[in-house]
Design a protein around this ligand. Structure first.
Ligand SMILES: *Cc1c(COP(=O)(O)O)cnc(C)c1O
Length: 417
């Protein structure tokens, strides 16, 4: 029961501080995921913006035109980074999942309106994010899931084999989350186009990395609106865009395609109701923080953060490769790294779940995933300063668990309660 008597502000904050004692220490760079730290000035601009916009509501941008302008600028800036055209249109959402829900819904609605499809299907590789399955579950779409190739990228031939007249959407990821590799987007887009289906590129992770990686001269496969046939892209500002949680961008190649994701209702006693996304009331603070962080960093700021994140990921890959018993899974070249036991190791493979437990005892947190059993790192700027400490902990932990198997085989990308 909610206590009858309230408590003073300081007491409330002290109670909350106690609750946080066992939380992962992200601020010291010890979480390889979930929190992406752009450094002190990024914190400052986000925190001051949050205080200024904490109470604002983007439900009605007539009341808060600032949020309308913030949304359209973040959308335009992102479209520019992703080489959209003058017709590229989008919205801000609460995160990658909501952006994906919007893209899937838009594909279903377009299929119904333009092709008369009443039993919609979508084609995804097994590496596509779980949010696509959530969207299919919510929106009544049949998922055709295909195996990946040995290099972990989507197998376009396998996708073609399950494509049919009911296909409303074909998905590619840039990069996919589990192993961090970029799918063959031009082939996927051409496949989608062959039946008039949408092609969504999930760049929730890569949207604020790949544009800068390309500017830094890294080899980036084609993935954005320069690819013919890409109809929508999701890019999370709250990941490597370095804004605090609660904001992502969904972009469509045209305003007509965007119109399939919106809901307009004019037969309610409450009046005209137009909704761009899944939410009703939309907090203004995450949108404003996204704007503020992007405005603060500019392209130059992102280039510096991206260089640090990618160089840190390179060092991590090299370290894993040099330790007997573990290996990097796949040939990902960006900021996502999956580490597994190495069957070819002299001493045999390490059980990486036991390794994950040993690292967690030392204060380092990874997501556990399978198949194959692996520990996932999303490397960002925040991990750079402590990477040497991490490599030391990794070396020690591998030695510690060499003959150990973890009893708990569960994985943990996301949890209930
Ligand atoms: C994080 C992520 C998502 C989902 O985004 P949320 O912000 O967690 O809802 C989707 N796709 C990829 C590739 C991701 O990394």
């Amino acid at each position: 029961m909610l206590p009858v008597a309230g408590r003073g502000v300081d007491d409330v904050l002290a109670e909350l501080a106690l609750k946080r004692e066992r939380d992962v220490d992200w601020a010291s760079g010890r979480a390889f995921g979930m929190v992406y730290d752009g450094g002190p000035s990024v914190h400052e601009v986000a925190e001051r913006t949050a205080m200024a916009f904490l109470h604002e509501n983007a439900l009605n941008t007539k009341a808060f035109p600032s949020l309308g302008s913030i949304q359209s600028e973040v959308v335009r800036w992102t479209a520019g980074l992703l080489h959209g055209s003058a017709t590229t249109s989008g919205f801000l959402t609460s995160g990658g999942t909501e952006s994906i829900l919007c893209a899937v819904l838009a594909a279903r609605e377009r299929g119904r309106a333009e092709r008369g499809i009443t039993a919609p299907e979508m084609v995804v590789a097994e590496s596509a994010h779980a949010a696509f399955h959530k969207a299919a579950h919510l929106f009544g779409i049949t998922v055709r899931k295909t195996a990946v190739k040995p290099d972990w990228t989507a197998d376009v031939d396998a996708m073609a084999a399950v494509l049919n007249a009911n296909t409303v959407l074909v998905v590619g990821s840039a990069p996919q989350y589990p192993q961090g590799v970029v799918d063959p987007i031009p082939e996927i887009a051409a496949l989608a186009g062959s039946v008039g289906a949408n092609c969504h590129v999930d760049a929730c992770m890569g949207g604020f990395v790949l544009p800068f990686a390309e500017m830094l001269g890294r080899d980036v496969p084609p993935w954005d609106f320069r690819v013919e046939g890409v109809t929508s892209i999701s890019a999370d500002v709250h990941k490597l865009g370095y804004a605090p949680k609660g904001v992502s961008v969904i972009l469509h190649a045209s305003a007509e395609l965007r119109a399939y994701q919106t809901f307009v209702f004019d037969d309610w006693l409450g009046g005209f109701y137009a909704s761009p996304s899944i939410q009703g009331t939309r907090p203004g603070a995450p949108m404003a923080m996204a704007w503020a962080v992007m405005r603060h960093l500019g392209v130059e700021g992102y280039l510096a953060l991206t260089r640090t994140a990618l160089e840190t990921a390179d060092r991590l890959r090299a370290a894993i490769g040099s330790i007997d018993g573990i290996r990097v899974v796949g040939g990902g070249a960006f900021h996502l790294v999956a580490m597994a036991g190495d069957p070819d190791a002299n001493g045999g493979p390490i059980d990486v779940f036991a390794l994950g437990d040993a690292l967690q005892r030392r204060g380092w947190f990874h997501d556990r995933q399978t198949p194959p059993d692996s520990l996932h790192s999303t490397v960002s700027n925040g991990n750079a300063a402590v990477l040497d400490d991490y490599i030391e902990a990794l070396t020690e932990s591998v030695a510690e668990v060499r003959d150990t198997t973890a009893a708990d085989r569960s994985t943990n990308y996301a949890t209930l309660e």
